[in-house]
Design a protein around this ligand. Structure first.
Ligand code: SF4
Length: 286
């Protein structure tokens, strides 16, 4: 197979910083109870490695519920961020707090908080059940409206001259533009703040561009990873090429390449470089 290595791909600055913070914490507190409140970043292999470093995973889609299982020691907040209520409860419990929230997510928290304080209703485009929206909506629950699909926008009933729309950092650029337009069509006074992070935008644009010259695209990343799944989505929807999400080279099926000459390879922002390298080597040997 002719293998096209799509760049940029792989780790973003937020993931690198979160992993560094978690490993430094483990090193600084040997023998102490250290837990990550959810997956530090959405990659199974990174999580396994952190657990091997003595950081226990408290696996809960709801951060407050997860926190209820931690009564002492150190808790690490993941790169996706947490709501102010989670921070308050953790502090009240006397836990040692390590906040590994990505700086790009922090910017969104500050934005929605500021808008809410200034009397805006904020329409927030995000995926239900993902920890990032849970944290952001928690900044001002009564004033932030989580919408995932066009139907959610149609169902909005906001009576306010001041409306803003913003979004989760790892969504599809194209879907989000269309959702923002839908909100503005419904509420012309809406101010738009596109918060898709640079890393997500660059990886999506590169994947779509490269996919046009490929027969098929492999995205290396975990099912949990929003930005990895969006890479599959944008390749399929924008470049009209088949795309497959694999955790490792073991997930690859040779039949995907029958009659195909060129495969593009990219990876999500939380995928370790080694896994992508193994996938590339596997494909080159096909
Ligand atoms: Fe931060 Fe974007 Fe990376 Fe998420 S994908 S950790 S928001 S830089």
């Amino acid at each position: 197979m002719d293998v096209l290595k799509i760049t940029p791909r792989g780790y973003c600055h937020g993931v690198v910083e979160a992993i560094r913070a978690a490993k430094q914490t483990a090193k600084a507190h040997p023998g102490e109870k250290i837990r990550m409140l959810g997956y530090l970043v959405h990659n199974t292999h990174v999580t396994d490695e952190l657990q091997a470093n003595g950081i226990e995973l408290v696996d809960s889609d709801n951060r407050l519920e997860g926190l209820d299982r931690i009564d002492s020691g150190t808790v690490i907040f993941t790169a996706h961020g947490v709501s102010p209520l989670v921070k308050e409860r953790a502090a009240a419990r006397g836990l040692n707090l390590v906040d590994a929230t990505c700086s790009d997510v922090v910017v969104t928290h500050e934005l929605v908080k500021d808008l809410a304080e200034r009397g805006y209703d904020v329409v927030y485009i995000g995926r239900r059940g993902h920890p990032e929206p849970e944290g952001v909506v928690g900044e001002a629950p009564g004033q932030i409206h989580l919408v995932q699909d066009p139907q959610d926008v149609d169902a909005l009933d906001i009576d306010n001259d001041k409306i803003a729309v913003t979004c989760q950092t790892t969504l599809s650029i194209w879907d989000t533009a269309s959702m923002i337009k839908r909100v503005k069509d419904k509420y012309p006074q809406t101010e738009a703040y596109n918060e898709i992070c640079r890393a997500t935008q660059d990886r999506q644009e590169a994947a779509v561009e490269a996919a046009r010259d490929c027969d098929v695209v492999i995205v290396v990343g975990s099912q949990r990873s929003s930005n990895s799944r969006r890479l599959v989505q944008v390749v399929e929807e924008l470049a009209h090429k088949p795309a497959y999400l694999v955790d490792t080279a073991k997930d690859i099926r040779p039949e995907w390449f029958s009659g195909k000459k060129r495969v593009g390879v990219t990876s999500g922002a939380s995928t370790p470089t080694q896994l992508t390298r193994e996938v590339i080597e596997f494909l080159e040997a096909l």
